[in-house]
Design a protein around this ligand. Structure first.
Ligand SMILES: *Cc1c(COP(=O)(O)O)cnc(C)c1O
Length: 443
């Protein structure tokens, strides 16, 4: 019999699953993440030890390092795309205040209970109050799942079995095959298209009205512009033309700006659109407002009441965490998206220099370049925002995306660009670390 060779055989040294799961730090992870996810990490580590890639003594530390961040698989990503509201990256990042409000509301909460009386209370009343204070031209408001849901509810409640009148040039596809006219028609509303692709007049609208008209709908063509020989009818003129007809005017303003924004002169906002005479406005919560995914409907109290009473509303209403986040977005400090929008070019440049200095000091071929940014999420398509980017060799793009803290930039003219316009200043350090980590892996 040969001398004991088990210590030379890495397989013999593989710690048992129960032993690893019993380590106190691993037990704590089981409490936090659940047994299955931790066991999967244990098995990956055992595989590495078996293959001789890891000393058995490092097993517990390796398991802890292999654990997922949370029991969910969505990961925080650094948005260096220069697109402020990036649909593939979850649109608006929430403010810390909104995240805290979500955490507070996530458990059992008084979303629909009046704690003073112990009786049932109006659901989400505080979020609605915050909306009405932010948009004083509105008499009432409701919140649904997203802007598409708001349109579906409006089309169903006002247009089902009747006609919605809208301009041919506003039959918009928003993205990923989502076409607003298809959505409207799916509710059983008839569409009465007026005007031509490029031009529509008030008379076109008025000539299309009939006893069957449920509403006139104006959709902001958020992600494209028609140039040249064009004409559209402003909300104010439409509202004047419809006065006395009893036909409600509904405007989809898309981006959810509360007030006009100096950098985005062509982007309609909720307050002005209602002040101009729209009876209802609908918008998204997670675009320029910078809040959670939601569909906001504001305007005349009787119309809002009709929508709230419609059975479909129950299928589209939002949960307690959305209400909490929306309220905190409106009442708390300025959320990330409006902050990014307001970024000063000089501040951006100073940030970029600081990042580039750290990178060049470590031998990385990095420099600062001017690079336009965009609002994104179907907002202000023709409005470039001045931005600044860190320019790196093209080989950085993929490893940055695959790193421990994924960074999404873009390739332009053979360089990887990391645009700081879409990144919160407090994430500059994490961005720099991610680049340094990629560079270190190559040396
Ligand atoms: C983005 C957008 C929508 C869709 O909004 P969701 O919140 O994604 O459902 C609808 N209309 C307009 C004008 C938009 O810009």
């Amino acid at each position: 019999m040969p001398a004991d060779s088990s210590t030379d055989d890495p397989r013999r040294a593989v710690p048992r699953t129960d032993a690893l799961l019993a380590a106190p730090a691993v037990q704590a992870a089981v409490q936090r993440l659940g047994r299955e996810l931790v066991k999967a990490a244990v098995q990956r580590v055992q595989g590495r030890i078996r293959d001789g890639g890891l000393p058995a003594g490092d097993a517990v530390d390796a398991v802890l390092a292999a654990l997922p961040l949370t029991a969910g698989s969505l990961r925080p990503v650094l948005n260096a795309t220069g697109v402020l509201v990036h649909t593939n990256l979850g649109r608006a990042p929430l403010s810390a205040a909104a995240v805290e409000a979500i955490a507070a509301a996530a458990g059992t909460t008084d979303v629909e209970l009046d704690l003073r009386t112990g009786r049932r209370g109006p659901r989400g009343a505080a979020a609605i109050d915050a909306l009405l204070e932010a948009v004083p031209a509105a008499e009432a408001a409701i919140v649904v799942n997203n802007c598409a849901a708001a349109l579906a509810l409006v089309a169903t409640a006002l247009g089902q079995g009747r006609e919605l009148v809208l301009a041919r040039g506003e039959l918009v596809e928003i993205g990923d095959g989502f076409r607003i006219p298809d959505l409207l028609e799916s509710t059983g509303a008839g569409l009465r298209e007026v005007g031509t692709t490029n031009r529509v007049t008030l008379d076109d609208y008025l000539a299309a009205l009939s006893p069957d008209t449920g509403a006139v709908l104006k959709v902001h063509p958020s992600n494209f512009v028609v140039r040249g020989f064009t004409r559209a009818v402003p909300v104010r003129d439409l509202a004047e033309g419809l006065a006395g007809t009893g036909v409600p005017l509904v405007a989809d303003v898309g981006s959810g700006l509360l007030r006009p924004h100096p950098l985005l002169p062509d982007e309609p906002d909720l307050q002005s659109t209602l002040a101009d005479g729209a009876d209802l406005v609908v918008a998204s919560g997670d675009k320029l407002l910078g809040g959670p995914q939601a569909g906001l409907v504001l305007g005349r109290a009787d119309l809002v009441q009709r929508l709230r009473r419609h059975p479909l509303y129950r299928a589209l209403r939002v949960d307690k965490t959305t209400l909490a986040a929306l309220e905190a977005t409106l009442r708390g400090p300025l959320p990330p998206v409006p902050q990014l929008l307001a970024a000063e070019p000089a501040v951006l440049t100073a940030r970029a220099r600081a990042v580039a200095d750290r990178l060049t000091a470590a031998g990385v071929d990095a420099h600062v370049v001017a690079a336009d940014a965009r609002v994104g999420g179907g907002g202000a398509p023709e409005q470039p925002l001045p931005g600044v980017a860190i320019s790196l060799p093209p080989t950085f793009a993929e490893p940055l995306r695959l790193g421990g803290r994924p960074v999404v930039g873009y390739l332009e003219d053979g360089r990887t660009l990391l645009n700081l316009r879409s990144l919160a200043p407090e994430d500059d350090g994490a961005l720099t670390d991610a680049v340094l980590e990629v560079a270190a892996a190559w040396t």
